[in-house]
Design a protein around this ligand. Structure first.
Ligand code: AMP
Length: 114
């Protein structure tokens, strides 16, 4: 997707503070962090929303999750805890239409979110 900001980050056309990368997944720091640690873990392949991800890509969704857990451990969030969130479409609060898993931690997070 030529006009997708997260595709541009995945292709290194737009700068981001990258925390992890492999052939399928890239993780970077959120530009407007909502917690002391706020990373976004995305697939390099473009899917606008969770609704567009076919069942055959369940492994890729799993890799977003396992990457987030690994980063949480490396950033010493695991013991105190953290939150993983993926927003979908307008009511879910999605603002960037390339799926991304939020990893939030470093403070006590309230529930439910607004
Ligand atoms: P969502 O509202 O779930 O779609 O989350 C989108 C997130 O992307 C927000 O937390 C934004 O702060 C973040 N964001 C938007 N543009 C960038 C960017 N260029 N680099 C890093 N994070 C971004």
């Amino acid at each position: 997707m030529s006009d997708c900001i997260f595709c541009k980050i995945a292709n290194h056309e737009v700068k981001a503070r990258i925390a992890f990368e492999n052939d399928r997944v890239i993780a970077f720091h959120d530009l407007f962090p909502a917690a002391p640690v706020h990373l976004l873990i995305i697939p390099k392949a473009h899917f606008s929303t969770l609704n567009e991800v076919p069942a055959e890509q369940a492994g890729l969704l799993g890799e977003l999750m396992t990457t987030a857990v690994q980063l949480a451990k490396e950033l010493n969030l695991a013991e105190d805890g953290y939150r993983l969130v993926m927003n979908c479409n307008a009511n879910g609060g999605q603002s960037v239409y390339h799926i991304h898993l939020h990893l939030l931690g470093g403070r006590k997070l309230t529930w439910p979110p607004g």
